[in-house]
Design a protein around this ligand. Structure first.
Ligand code: 6PG
Length: 264
């Protein structure tokens, strides 16, 4: 496990931030380590602040993490003081096979004693993606009650990375990357011919902790670029995730880390 200081992003006003790259051997080791991080963060947050707020990621990678937490921590975590949100969502109804909410509900939330009122899905069934994003932003503002110009501070935000370097639904060279004040926006993704509803960079970078989960050889090239490459950040939006005050952790397995130059 190593901490790495980054310099490349000073031109984007990103402060130097220590980045914690945790290399695990197998995908199962990765999910075990990430589960311990989630459980530890939840326990600490509830002990210190009385509640734990987490934004889940979608896609396929985190499903095994959610399944593991449901199997190992159902009886031990303070579920009634834990609050679940989504960092992004596909513009589909919540029961759609593509829905990030549905995936997390089936793998985790339907298997643990969490009050339904503690679960905040994106209202993605709304045919108007911009209206869905606006409504979700209002939900966050009501829940966190940030002051003027402030951004809600999640205890933990989970993220994945696409082979093109996107994270949440912040895709390369899309409009949402320029957002400076909104919390949640609808982001048109030309190559997918659809809008996605996504947290913005300022909201991601206001978190106490952001954790990326990266597994498999198909992510090796992009992981190398994001952690060690020099391509412009707009082309690899994951590079723009730099919590200004918080921790940044990369959970990577050996296959995903296979192109990283630094020794383990
Ligand atoms: C989504 C995600 C997205 C995901 C990456 C990686 O809605 O798809 O939030 O950002 O994390 O696309 O997806 P995989 O884990 O399936 O490779």
């Amino acid at each position: 496990m190593r901490c790495v200081k980054f310099q490349q992003w000073t031109n984007r006003n990103v402060v130097n931030a220590s980045v914690d790259v945790r290399r695990l051997t197998t995908p199962q080791d990765l999910f075990q380590a990430a589960a311990e991080e989630v459980i530890g963060a939840a326990t600490d947050a509830v002990a210190q602040r009385g509640r734990f707020t987490i934004a889940l990621s979608g896609g396929s990678t985190p499903k095994n993490l959610y399944t593991l937490i449901a199997a190992t921590a159902s009886a031990t975590l303070p579920w009634d003081q834990m609050f679940f949100f989504w960092g992004d969502e596909r513009h589909v109804p919540l029961d759609d096979p593509e829905s990030n909410y549905r995936m997390a509900k089936e793998a985790l939330l339907s298997k643990v004693p969490i009050p339904p009122a503690n679960i905040f899905p994106v209202p993605a069934e709304n045919p108007d993606a911009a209206a869905a994003a606006q409504a979700y932003e209002q939900t966050l503002r009501k829940f966190f009650a940030p002051g003027p110009g402030e951004f809600p501070c999640f205890d933990l935000i989970l993220l994945g990375i696409g082979a093109d370097g996107h994270t949440a639904s912040l895709f390369p060279e899309t409009a949402a990357l320029q957002e400076k004040s909104r919390l949640v926006v609808a982001n048109w993704v030309e190559k997918l011919k659809t809008s996605r509803i996504t947290f913005t960079l300022p909201l991601l970078n206001a978190a106490r902790c952001v954790a990326f989960l990266v597994s498999g050889t198909d992510k090796a090239a992009v992981l190398h670029e994001v952690l060690e490459g020099n391509a412009p950040a707009e082309k690899y939006p994951s590079k723009l995730v730099r919590p200004s005050q918080g921790k940044l952790i990369w959970f990577v397995d050996r296959a995903a880390a296979s192109e990283l130059s630094t020794a383990a």
